[in-house]
Design a protein around this ligand. Structure first.
Ligand SMILES: Cc1cc2nc3c(=O)[nH]c(=O)nc-3n(C[C@H](O)[C@H](O)[C@H](O)COP(=O)(O)O)c2cc1C
Length: 193
């Protein structure tokens, strides 16, 4: 499969960076063709500008400023997001990627006044993430990142997309053993992806 990995963390010594390495290495080892997008390293501009907003619905021109990102997304059979949870959501650079790249006629389409999925090429979707909060605390708050990754992103992919959400909670108090177990679990999931 062609797997598009989208990674969002600014530090090379972060847990996210270790997870990212495991994701890319394990997918490659499993024989997948990995197209790895490191948003920070790429210098991705996450801001939807006034012109971008102006052109958002104009499908003749809206993709032009992010054409290479759209092309990579459309070429993929699967998507793997790797990022920490910040303010119970995606890091701004990843949120901005969605704002700028998930355009009308890219991630969704309007047909007969109905909205339909645009990323029907994506048949597998996974998230690999970590939280500072404990699991129960995230649950009390409704765990918005989990819902966005498993519900919102699901409906814009292929109708039969397989969705997987890997998360380690309470990272700030996790023992090295617990972190290693999570890294091993992510490796297993990616080898079997
Ligand atoms: C800007 C920022 C915002 C954060 N917001 C949250 C949050 O809302 N919920 C949460 O569970 N953890 C939050 N955290 C904790 C991160 O999830 C945690 O630092 C991260 O998972 C650790 O992984 P890393 O070493 O890859 O950064 C936040 C951390 C930062 C730096």
């Amino acid at each position: 499969m062609k797997v598009h990995v989208i990674y969002a963390h600014p530090l090379a010594n972060s847990l996210a960076a270790r997870l990212h390495e495991v994701v890319v290495d394990s997918l490659t080892e499993a024989g997948h063709e990995v197209d790895d997008l490191d948003l920070y390293a790429d210098g991705f501009d996450p801001v939807l500008s006034a012109q971008g907003r102006e052109d958002y619905h104009d499908t003749a021109i809206n993709q032009a400023p992010v054409a290479s990102y759209v092309e990579r997304l459309k070429a993929a059979d699967a998507l793997v997001l790797c990022h920490p949870v910040w303010n119970f959501g995606w890091p701004a650079i990843l949120k901005g990627y969605f704002d700028r790249v998930f355009l009308p006629d890219v991630s969704f389409r309007f047909e007969d006044n109905k909205i339909g999925p645009g990323l029907t090429n994506i048949r597998k979707l996974a998230t690999v993430t970590t939280y500072g909060a404990k699991h129960w605390r995230a649950m009390v708050l409704g765990d918005p990142p989990r819902k966005n990754a498993t519900r919102f992103l699901r409906v814009i992919c292929h109708p039969k997309v397989q969705v997987q959400y890997n998360a380690l909670y309470a990272i700030d108090t996790a023992t090295p053993q617990k972190i290693d177990r999570y890294l091993a679990q992510v490796r297993r999931k990616m080898l079997a992806f």
